[in-house]
Write a protein of this length. Structure first.
Length: 335
């Protein structure tokens, strides 16, 4: 028998009779993990994350959501390949699950080697959820209406749960820009996501300086203990003062606060390259006000870029005992 040069020859023997299969190279090329998908994965997951991108929490959450999309596509392509090859749905689903789990773990481990990237359990779970949701939707039996509906509903609910943090951040971004020059009044629970050190913060209804809620901040005895406002409108050029209110239920204490701009990053995070101040908190409510002119002139060798403010930190240092303070009405006073 004469075979065309573009085909491969596979010979197996069963019951002493030779069996010849003709396998087209096109079948091999049709394997789901195409070069374009691999290149996209490398670019998306292994390109060093720049500081400018990671400053924006919405951009970071969109990057995290990419794990859902990528592994959903991988699952769909892999399932379709094995389904066309005549494999059972159970076999196809098992192979897909193994591929998704291995790929999700491998990507997170690989990101440990990339600057600005890190191993994140949530990203791993996002990848698994995206793949499983795709399999539930694709594998839903059409001949069994109820079972198919349940599996597709589970797929939608799984994706909706993964997208809830993104939707919450979008809602808070809208609220944040609408409320400006109020930077944080803690009237919404999502406002806590604007702050670093949120494990020490909680919203309470008493005491309050404005609105219905303030933030309770638990401080410990470490060298530095406090919070950092990371996400907010950073253009303060039209403002005259920064103002915030702190309630101290105990004895008087020192509180430190600092402000930095976009140039205070990398090797430039020196003490004299930002604004630093200390004030004494008396028992009860304290109003802290800082002129923007003082903030602008704080760096030693330059002026603070008031159009690109990046952080406001409030903290204590080496307190002899654990303390609690309450923060409210963090805002800019405009001209």
């Amino acid at each position: 028998m004469r075979l065309h040069s573009d085909h491969l020859l596979a010979i197996s023997f069963k019951a002493q009779s030779p069996h010849i299969d003709i396998i087209s190279p096109l079948d091999i090329k049709a394997f789901p993990l195409r070069p374009t998908i691999l290149i996209a994965a490398i670019l998306f997951f292994f390109v060093p994350a720049g500081h400018n991108i990671l400053h924006y929490r919405l951009a970071k959450e969109l990057l995290n959501t990419g794990h859902i999309v990528f592994f959903a596509l991988v699952a769909l392509e892999t399932f379709r390949y094995f389904d066309k090859a005549g494999k059972s749905r159970r076999f196809s689903s098992l192979i897909c699950l193994c591929l998704i789990a291995g790929g999700a773990i491998g990507i997170e481990l690989g990101q440990l080697l990339v600057s600005g990237r890190e191993f994140q359990i949530r990203d791993l779970l996002y990848g698994l959820a995206g793949g499983i949701a795709a399999l539930l939707f694709k594998g839903a039996p059409q001949q069994h209406i109820v079972a198919g509906f349940v599996m597709r509903a589970m797929s939608v609910l799984l994706i909706a749960g993964c997208l809830f943090p993104l939707s919450s951040i979008i809602a808070d971004e809208i609220k944040m820009h609408r409320d400006f020059p109020l930077l944080s009044g803690f009237e919404g629970s999502t406002e806590l996501t604007r702050w670093g050190g949120v494990d020490t913060m909680s919203r309470v209804s008493h005491p309050v300086a404005q609105g219905s809620y303030s933030a309770r901040i638990a401080l410990n005895t470490k060298q530095f203990s406090g919070i950092m406002l990371d996400y907010f409108p950073g253009n303060w050029q039209e403002a005259e003062e920064l103002s915030f209110k702190i309630f101290n239920p105990g004895l008087p204490m020192n509180i430190h606060y600092r402000i930095h701009d976009a140039q205070h990053s990398g090797e430039n995070q020196r003490f004299n390259n930002r604004y630093n101040n200390t004030t004494i908190l008396q028992t009860g409510w304290n109003l802290v006000r800082t002129p923007l002119a003082d903030i602008e002139q704080a760096p030693v060798d330059r002026q603070m870029d008031l159009g690109r403010i990046r952080g406001l930190g409030i903290f204590v240092s080496r307190e002899p005992e654990n303390r609690v303070i309450y923060l409210d009405d963090v805002r800019l006073i405009m001209d």
